[in-house]
Design a binder for this molecule. Structure first.
Ligand code: TYD
Length: 204
């Protein structure tokens, strides 16, 4: 059941790595699917637009978390599990760890309840391998802060918030499935480590 997730704060470079992994899987003729959270299903994309809508500034932290959990429950049951069961690789742009980091630590809801509800939403389905792309303030500001126009509700958060989110990710680093990568490096260089780990882990 090869489930691979990518995690990190906003602007960490997940999407670039996922694109490279897609190319690699295509070349290797590996059967795979990629989904993004929140979203990835018809209902999930609707939930995503509620979450990102600037008009919803008044959303409570708990309401926000339940929406993420709801989108995740739909994605897990309708897309992820059936594909894993049929032997496909599934790659996720964010999953359970994002809620631990953003809602648990960023919004201060705490780790315990987030993990409990995540496990309820996913039937305790955890990734086999998680790539965490770590960046610093300089890189974050270079990639995101300058993007003033067209920011959605969530992208309006600054470095102070991201530091809390990073504390959340740091609290997960000891987990065996977690691979920490230096997101400040060139995408090609980072991808070498991604491939090394994927090949080692899944004997590809
Ligand atoms: P995403 O579309 O992945 O944006 P980015 O490309 O910046 O990573 O994620 C949208 C936002 O949703 C991002 O700011 C992180 C946030 N998020 C949470 O707060 N909790 C969650 O559980 C998930 C999945 C995402």
């Amino acid at each position: 059941m090869p489930l691979i997730t990518f995690e990190g704060i906003d602007g960490c470079g997940k999407s670039t790595q996922i694109n490279l992994l897609e190319e690699y899987f295509r070349e290797k003729r590996v059967n795979f699917s990629v989904f993004r959270e929140p979203g990835g299903t018809f209902i999930g994309e609707k939930i995503r637009s509620v979450l990102l809508d600037k008009e919803n500034e008044d959303m409570s932290a708990k309401a926000e978390f339940m929406l993420y959990a709801s989108s995740r429950a739909q994605l897990t049951e309708k897309e992820i599990k059936p594909r894993l069961n049929s032997g496909e690789y599934v790659v996720l742009d964010r999953y359970v760890d994002s809620s631990v980091a953003y809602q648990g630590f960023g919004r201060g809801l705490g780790k315990r309840m987030i993990i409990l509800i995540n496990e309820f939403a996913t039937d305790i389905l955890y990734p086999d391998l998680t790539f965490y792309l770590e960046i610093d303030k300089k890189t974050f500001e270079k990639r995101l802060y300058t993007k003033k126009d067209g920011k959605d509700r969530l992208e309006s958060e600054g470095w102070e918030f991201m530091q809390k989110v990073m504390k959340g990710y740091n609290s997960l680093k000891n987990s065996k499935r977690f691979v920490v990568l230096d997101g400040r490096l060139e995408p090609k260089q980072i991808f070498k480590s991604v491939i090394d780990n994927v090949e080692k882990h899944f004997a590809l």
